[in-house]
Design a protein around this ligand. Structure first.
Ligand SMILES: Nc1ncnc2c1ncn2[C@@H]1O[C@H](COP(=O)(O)OP(=O)(O)OP(=O)(O)O)[C@@H](O)[C@H]1O
Length: 266
């Protein structure tokens, strides 16, 4: 569904060029939920913007269902961290969710149906007529997720979407993402700083090196489909994965560029 081949990204502009991504290659199959972690400044957001067609690659390419991504493709939706800036304050919750569906050219009846269904799915069936500024941060992020899901994308990209909400809300939103993902069968790429979040959510975790970025390890998460915040996080397999990914990220901070460099003890 999503292929990244020899991706390199150098920012040029005033001052010295900055090589954010050295060389990244990986494939994500249709319907997978893949998380991306790495040290701060590793190039996670840069990668996501390249995947979304918001930034041109310097070399290599990104392909969505075999088609090279140059502009933002219609089959993708993105949820950013700053929900406050991504929703239009002068539109109601329902109108915010409906707007991209209008741009997609869907007929009115189908738009109304999708708006109702997705707002109910994210637990905001009663807030359709509210304005974003009348809602809490967590509720606003639910609206942004509903808007992305209603669009019925092939691929949903999420860039640290829960970084600005409190821990309790974050757990609820993580479960919401997993339930939407399994219901809709959408392919999800989820960037996060939080190692536990990456393991709880993902079927795979891509661990990036420090800048300029290479892939340190593509970690398979064998935690099954049914996950629960209390039970899954208490399993020995969760603890093992968390120790392993934590060590990799620490090694990345020290400059490791491969698993061999990382000198793992677990
Ligand atoms: N527009 C830009 N021009 C120049 N350099 C940039 C630009 N955007 C990002 N960078 C640099 O590219 C590198 C990667 O940035 P990026 O935001 O992708 O990292 P990140 O892993 O998402 O970081 P964080 O985890 O802190 O959000 C950083 O060194 C950053 O300073």
């Amino acid at each position: 569904m999503l292929g990244v081949h020899g991706l390199n990204k150098v920012y040029t502009g005033r001052g010295e060029p900055v090589e954010a991504i050295a060389d990244l290659s990986f494939e994500i199959s249709a319907g997978e939920l893949v998380c991306v972690v790495g040290p701060s400044g590793a190039g996670k957001t840069t990668l996501l913007r390249c995947l979304a067609g918001l930034l041109p690659a310097t070399a290599g390419d990104v392909r969505l269902a075999g088609q090279a991504v140059s502009d933002p493709p219609t089959g993708m939706a993105v949820v950013f961290q700053e929900y406050g800036r991504s929703l239009f304050p002068w539109l109601t919750v329902a109108q915010n969710v409906e707007l991209p569906l209008r741009e997609k050219g869907l007929p009115k009846a189908r738009r109304k149906e999708l708006v109702r269904e997705t707002l109910e799915a994210v637990g905001l069936g009663d807030a359709t007529a509210s304005y974003p500024w009348q809602l809490s941060g967590g509720m606003q992020q639910r609206v942004a997720i509903a808007r992305a899901a209603a669009y019925e994308p092939q691929v949903l990209l999420m860039d640290e979407p829960f970084a600005a909400v409190d821990a309790q809300t974050r757990f609820d939103l993580e479960d919401l993402v997993r339930s939407l993902w399994s219901r809709l069968g959408v392919t999800v790429v989820f960037v996060t700083h939080d190692i536990d979040e990456a393991i709880y959510l993902g079927e795979r975790v891509l661990v990036l090196s420090g800048r300029p970025t290479v892939l340190l390890e593509d970690v398979r998460v064998g935690l099954g489909d049914d996950r629960s915040q209390l039970e899954t996080r208490a399993t020995p397999e969760f603890t093992r994965l968390r120790t392993h990914v934590y060590e990799l990220v620490q090694a990345a901070k020290r400059g490791a560029r491969s698993v061999t460099d990382a000198h793992l003890t677990h």
